[in-house]
Each structure stands twice: as structure tokens, then as C-alpha cells.
Write a new protein. Sequence first.
Length: 308
Amino acid sequence: MLAESLSQLLDVSLEVVDQRSLGGGCISEVSVVTIRGDNLKSWNKSPDHGPIEPPTRLVIKQNSADMVSNFRCEFRGLQALAEADVIRVPQVLAVDVVGDQAFLAIEYIPIDPSGSSPQRFSDFGRQLAKLHRATAGEHFGWTEDNYLGSAKQPNGACDSWAEFFATRRIGFQIKWATDQGLADSRLKSDCERIIAQMDDLLAGRGDETSLLHGDLWSGNYLFDDAGQPVLIDPAVYRGCREAEWGMIKWFGNCPGEFEQAYQDEWPMADGWRRRVAIYMLYHQLNHLNLFGSSYASACRRTAAEVLR
């Protein structure tokens, strides 16, 4: 059954030699699939990549058909990061609905079993700074609304970065949490104060905006078999690069060597650590909305910290 679905997805006759579950996916079924077929060498679905050499391994994400919008956004996000040509990302191969299932096929990247090291995190921090600097500009938002995990992430235009983060990020999330009965009066009041004061709270940042991965927790980066960092599962948009650190500081599990290398490559403006709390709050509110009240106390603590 999977072989038939992948044959239709990739528009080539193939057989599945092996399939194993790949840990880390909490939304979709994610597998490493080994395929082979006599005509795989001629497969060239996109001009952006060459033929698949048989047999080969792919990462396949699978979910219900209504997940295809999420997969398409991930596909385009990986393409955008790849175009920056700074940090490795998996090559995107195909995305579509086959039968009643949505599929996303991307390159399988072998991971170094020795794991991370201070030097590898230094390389990662330096490359992330280079990504942000290589894509620096003035625009913010994105060409479409996309997803942070399974949550909608609005990216429509605003007049300023402060307005964008107030309305498209904190405002969107606190309204959703209130509608779900997950935000108590204190959290709602504190977020409303943060929204009203956003211009002052974000004052002092650099004017540049950059292409952001958008969800850089420890499950969304890895080190390949050459020890180089790889980014996966993005929630891309253009924004202040300090926003990237909201998730890094909360769930990134990056050691001091990572931050030091980033700062050596492209230092952030004074006061960035204080401002990062606002960006962390966005991710905590999103977790509150997706996973429930166990994240409410973290949201309250961070909101209070922002307002101190």
C-alpha cells in the first residue's frame, strides 16, 4: 500500500524495501523508507534536484488529507532556507494528497551517531548568524500564513515589527487561549498590557529583519555524518533575528559555545536578553493552546517577567 502511494506521489514505479519509524514527530507519522526501482535514475520531479539513485532512503511524513496545507508550508519553508545556502536543510522532493492521505517526501540525512560537541555547536551558532545576516532586509511577515507545529501562524503585513508581533503573535495566541478557556484573567491582562506597550518593550533592537527558522527547539536541528548542522521542520517568516532566540532559549538545549559563536559572528543589540522573553512568551502561549493548561504557569511567569 505504501509503495503504491509513493509511486503515485513521486510519479515513478518503485518498491519499498524497508520502513522504520523515525522518532520525534508528535503530529504526523514520520518514517525512513528505503525504496528501489528500475527507473528511479530517471526520476526528476523538480529542476531543483537530480535523479534519485536506487536504492535510496527518504523521509516520509504522512497524515490525513487535511494536513496537506501544513506539509506544503513546510515544503516551501525548507526551500526558502535552502535558497539562502548557508545551513544544510533536507532536499524537498514531493508533497501531495494520495487517496485520503497527505504525504511529504524529503531527503534522508544520516546523523553522526557520536552526536553533538562544543565545536559543533560553535559551528551551528556561527552558521545561524550567517543565515540571519545573509538574508537581512527590511520586510517582515511572509507570503502566506503557515504553521507553528499544528497551529496557524498568521503572517499578514503590518506597519511595524512591534505591531506585527503584538497582533500576529501575542494577540493571536492570547485570543485563542481565551476562547479555549485556557487563559485566566491575570494572564489575559498581562498579555494585553504587553501588547499595548510593545513599541517600548521592543525598543533598542536592530532595524534589520532576517529569514527565521521560526521553531528552533532541540528536535528541529541535527548534526549530519560530517558533523555539520541541519535544520528541519521550519515555521519560517521574516522578522527580527532576536525572535529566533525565543525558542532557542526555552527548548533549544544549546550550550554557551553556540551563543558565543553567534555573537562573535554578528552581535545582537544591547538589551536583547530582556526582549527575548517576549519572543519566548509567543512559543509558550502556542504550547498552552496546543497542549493545554500545564503550560499556563510558564506563560504567567514569562509575561510577568516581561512587564517587570
